[in-house]
Design a protein around this ligand. Sequence first.
Ligand code: DX5
Ligand code: ZN
Length: 216
Amino acid sequence: MSVLVAPSLLSADFGDLRKDLEMINSSDADWLHLDIMDGVFVPNISFGFPVLEYVAKYCTKPLDVHLMIVQPEKFLDRFQKLGAMSVNVHYETCTHLNRVIQEIKNLGMKAAVTLNPSTPVSVLEEVIEDVDMVLLMTVNPGFGGQKFIKSSLAKIGRLKKMILEHNSKALIQVDGGVNFETAPLLVEAGVDVLVSGNTVFKADNPLETIKKLKQL
Ligand code: DX5
Ligand code: ZN
């Protein structure tokens, strides 16, 4: 199976969102990645429900939601109503991670847990069999266009080992600094899903860029 590609809307042109959504719809992208920020968990604020409702209406690709917010459990039903395919919650924001994972699944969505670069994969030992996906941040969350943190490559190996040991079906997703230099290394390391903001949306030819990422 070729690697899945999920362009991150954070780097889109919000002055002409319709155009970028049409590009995504006609592309080989597998999912559209949506970064939700609250200015508390991360030092930035992105977009909220008025924008998301528009995106959900026009986007024909499955929506992969990345919640960089405190108390993510408060909004899970809103994302279900929006039609989200998957919800990523940060380990660092969930005191009762097991409960949050079950709530996401009970709402019929795929449950994913996200780790900051400084959080070790070992914290997932007790939930790895329950999650559909693990998202490893390869930059500090909050902004697009940052530099890939190299130590993430070894972390992917440790996560892969844990997944195999537990016979888990969890996919490995990475987010941050994915470009044509880092993506081949990530695919080689066993990543299943590449999130990419700047590399896709700031490219001269985003359609071709998505196609090339998928061919890695
Ligand atoms: C950062 C977000 C990313 C961001 C990635 O906190 O989670 O999804 O859009 O952007 P690039 O691919 O430009 O690093
Ligand atoms: Zn993201």
